[in-house]
Design a protein around this ligand. Structure first.
Ligand code: SAM
Ligand code: SF4
Length: 474
């Protein structure tokens, strides 16, 4: 198998009911505070919300009701997610691309971007540089090009898992790449990937077809059904997302919920994560013009994140370095569960920093803090950074994950695993203020745990980590 998959949309349909979305958004205008509170309560009782309920929250746009929604999201976060924040880094493998996505620096007709695909030794150097920082979880990102076929993705993932420098190793590789056919997904699964992430960019079909004028990505249905093919091929750990600024965020947020419901109804498994990147400036690209009509303000962005938190209480929410530190900090309290840290998005720029890096980048970052800085600040704000990769290695994905994703899950697995992986990080990579802040935070976290057998076991494993054992998890 080589090259891009043959696109076959026979029998494929859209599960995004555009008219229903518009109708719900219209019918639920001017909600009463009582109705909004009822919906927030249903979410606090850990129910996934229905489209009518999400539309009502979207229409609750006065500052007072928005604050109640924010507080609802904070409360849900406190009850379900605890203090842990999972950290990861993106690794750009190659920026060649045959598509013409209007908004992306990598699009085929952008002459200002420097094209680059990592050679094997360069890939290894990138991974070593990431391991030196302490990273354990990566998301590998690829343009869409015959070079980057399923075999190539499989081989590069395998290569990354092989790299071990000092105490470093990568324990989970997620993928952000073009949708494959079932055969391709099966091959990539064999490389032991974590999540396969595909963003629909915009679920609004007319807009989708306008901004993706050429190339395989121009086919809306092929992309929309991409994660169904992944699921059929046995990848049950999936990430969905919408790129904000192309169309009305209200529509996109509703469509993310419909995509979730479609996966739940068809496969009994919802998405593992949802991403909601806002469009960022990119080399050779007029982003202001593209987002002229639908740019999402900070206030609306916070609302949509809080609403997503309430609508899908058990789904991980990912926020990236595209956003500023101030906004990221605020949204962590709404239940964002994963962020990237110390990211570099030029192809090859972890190991080989070049002042012209931005010319190899897909877009420009809003948060340039180092991983060390982010970790220190997370600790000072009462969060516990986590490098945990326990679930997928223990088979807690897909339906199994849904079974486990009940109250108590975070307490049983996530928090102890966060403590163990963070302690490893502190032992192996941290110094000075970060080390002190981190150890203080671990003490606080462990002190807050009620006495139990599980706590005794955690304390025992912490001793083992201090004595030099690695990769212990529940
Ligand atoms: N080529 C694959 C694809 O398009 O699905 C995967 C890699 S692509 C580089 C990853 C994601 O970057 C896209 O799905 C899109 O949401 C996001 N992206 C593209 N241009 C962007 C921009 N200017 N600002 C923010 N995100 C952008
Ligand atoms: Fe290529 Fe993906 Fe960028 Fe589109 S978003 S131009 S497919 S890399």
């Amino acid at each position: 198998m080589s090259g891009l998959p043959k696109i076959d949309v026979e029998g494929l349909t859209s599960f995004i009911p555009e008219n229903d979305i518009f109708e719900w958004l219209e019918k639920t205008k001017n909600p009463t505070p009582e109705r909004v509170r009822e919906i927030i309560q249903r979410s606090l009782d850990k129910n996934r919300l229905e489209p009518e309920e999400m539309a009502t929250l979207i229409n609750a746009d006065s500052p007072e009701l928005a604050e109640e929604i924010f507080e609802g999201a904070r409360e849900l976060k406190r009850r379900i997610y605890g203090n842990r924040i999972v950290l990861f880094a993106p690794l750009y493998v190659g920026n060649e691309c045959v598509n013409k996505c209007e908004y992306c620096g990598f699009r085929v007709d952008n002459t200002e971007v420097h094209r680059k695909t990592l050679l094997t030794e360069e890939l290894v150097a990138e991974v070593e540089a990431l391991e030196d920082l302490g990273h354990k979880r990566l998301i590998m990102v690829y343009g869409e090009h015959p070079k980057y076929d399923a075999q190539y993705i499989h081989d590069t993932v395998r290569e990354v898992y092989k790299v071990k420098k000092g105490a470093g190793e990568i324990r989970r590789v997620n993928i952000n790449a073009a949708p494959l056919d079932e055969e391709g997904f099966k091959l990539v699964k064999e490389a032991d990937i974590g999540t396969y992430q595909i963003f629909q960019e915009t679920y609004h079909r007319e807009t989708y077809e306008k901004v993706h004028a050429a190339g395989p990505k121009s086919n809306y249905l092929w992309r929309l059904n991409g994660l169904d093919r992944a699921m059929k091929a046995g990848i049950d750990d999936l990430g969905i997302g919408a790129l904000l600024g192309l169309y009305d965020w209200r529509f996109e947020t509703m469509a993310l919920l419909y995509h979730t419901i479609h996966l739940e109804e068809t496969f009994n498994v919802g998405p593992h994560t949802i991403s909601f990147p806002r469009l960022e400036p990119a080399v050779g690209t007029d982003i202001d013009k593209i987002t002229e009509k639908y740019a999402v303000s900070d206030f609306d962005f916070k609302r949509l994140v809080a609403i997503l938190r309430l609508a899908v209480p058990y789904t991980g929410l990912i926020l990236t370095c595209r956003e500023s530190k101030e906004l990221r900090d605020e949204m962590l309290s709404f239940g964002v569960s994963q962020i990237d840290g110390g990211s570099s998005i030029g192809v090859g720029s972890y190991s080989n920093s070049d002042p012209e890096d931005f010319k190899k980048s897909q877009f420009l970052l809003g948060d340039n803090r180092s991983l060390d800085e982010i970790i220190r600040e997370l600790c000072d704000a009462g969060f516990i950074p986590s490098f945990c990769t326990g679930c997928y290695r223990k088979g807690r994905t897909g339906e199994h994950f849904m079974e486990f994703a009940v109250p108590g899950f975070v307490k049983r697995f996530c928090t102890p695993n966060a403590v163990l992986t963070f302690l490893e990080y502190l032992n192996d990579y941290a110094t000075g203020d970060t080390l002190e802040a981190g150890l203080r935070q671990i003490d606080r976290e462990v002190e807050d745990m009620p006495e139990s057998k599980a706590k005794d076991e955690l304390l025992e494993r912490m001793k083992q980590v201090r004595a030099g054992e690695r990769d212990l998890y529940f």
